[in-house]
Design a protein. Structure first.
Length: 330
């Protein structure tokens, strides 16, 4: 049998979910009539708020914050370490404890079990999907959380994210100013991952604005997959003279494929990659990179969550960070 949630109580009592949360936490005044309806709905449904929700309602704090990072590779990437560093620094400075929840299972049930343990006051979620079951669960349970990323519907959510439109616009402006007219995109093929969906959409939009024909090639995360993807792209479209790659890790292999064909970078082929956590140490040159300001985003997400936990107002709860296009060197 499905366990009743705050959303069920709100429906039964004829009030909003936020009103139920206020009644449980005493954060805002609620009329006695409304409070009684909510209490009656709770009793009828047999709602047992999880440990985190009960502790928040009683103003108790563990002063622990969970940083939820679903692993996409067996090892941490440099970019992931930047997010971890930025968030942990802000959390520790606010006298909270940073708890890393790194796993490959995105199941909301696992996250709920941890929430029910009462070990954390709230969560920061990474690797956000367009339709994310973890978000739905945390909303239902009334557990504070902040996203690094966005869903398809972000009504009422608090998040930070990269301004991918700005990133693609800056990249195209730089490449077209350098004379490139055949600009490809090596993208992550994932129609659920929020960043991938938006990046692909903004690449097409940039192609329209700059009158460029789209040239797409799906690409995995490893250097080997980057090499395979670039070879496939150049076999089909030898006219390509520039490429944007969704991560710096496959860019290492993409560069090897380009150079193996006798093309020089950046003299007759330009490449721009997202982030620069490893490639500057592995490539024979410093490439142009889209610096998404991962540490700054993570620190802001942490501050947002701390503000939520301490009932501080947030003037702009949905914040996009314009990335920096850092031009490379030979």
């Amino acid at each position: 049998m499905k366990r009743p949630t705050i959303a069920d109580v709100a429906t039964r009592a004829g009030v909003s979910r936020s009103t139920v949360s206020y009644a449980l936490s005493n954060k805002r005044p609620i009329s006695e009539e409304t409070r009684l309806r909510i209490q009656q709905a709770i009793e009828e449904l047999g709602l047992r708020p999880n440990a985190t929700a009960k502790r928040l309602a009683s103003r108790e704090r563990s002063r622990n914050i969970g940083f939820v990072l679903p692993l996409v590779t067996p090892e941490m990437t440099g970019l992931e370490m930047k997010f971890i560093s930025g968030a942990s620094r802000a959390i520790n400075q606010a006298d909270y404890t940073f708890i890393l929840l790194a796993h490959s299972d995105r199941s909301p049930e696992n996250l709920l079990r941890f929430a029910e343990s009462g070990l954390v006051d709230g969560f920061i979620l990474m690797e956000v999907y367009m339709q994310d079951d973890r978000v739905d669960m945390l909303q239902r349970e009334g557990i504070p959380f902040v996203l690094i990323g966005r869903c398809a519907d972000n009504t009422g959510l608090t998040y930070v994210d990269v301004d991918i439109q700005y990133a693609l616009e800056s990249s195209f402006a730089h490449l077209t100013a350098s004379g490139h007219q055949a600009i490809a995109y090596l993208h992550k093929d994932d129609d659920q991952y929020g960043f991938s969906v938006r990046a692909l959409r903004e690449y097409h939009a940039a192609c329209d604005r700059f009158d460029i024909s789209p040239l797409l090639q799906s690409c995995g995360l490893s250097p080997e997959e980057g090499e395979v993807a670039m070879n496939s792209l150049l076999d089909q479209h030898p006219e390509v003279t520039a490429a944007i790659v969704w991560s710096d890790i496959p860019t290492v292999g993409a560069v090897q494929a380009i150079q193996a064909r006798g093309r020089q970078i950046p003299n007759d082929f330009s490449i721009i990659c997202q982030e620069h956590s490893i490639i500057s140490n592995l490539a024979s040159f410093v490439p142009a990179v889209i610096d998404i300001r991962a540490d700054e985003m993570a620190a802001q997400a942490a501050q947002f969550l701390i503000d939520l936990l301490e009932d501080q107002p947030i003037e702009q709860p949905q914040l996009l960070f314009p990335p920096k296009l850092v031009l490379g060197e030979r």
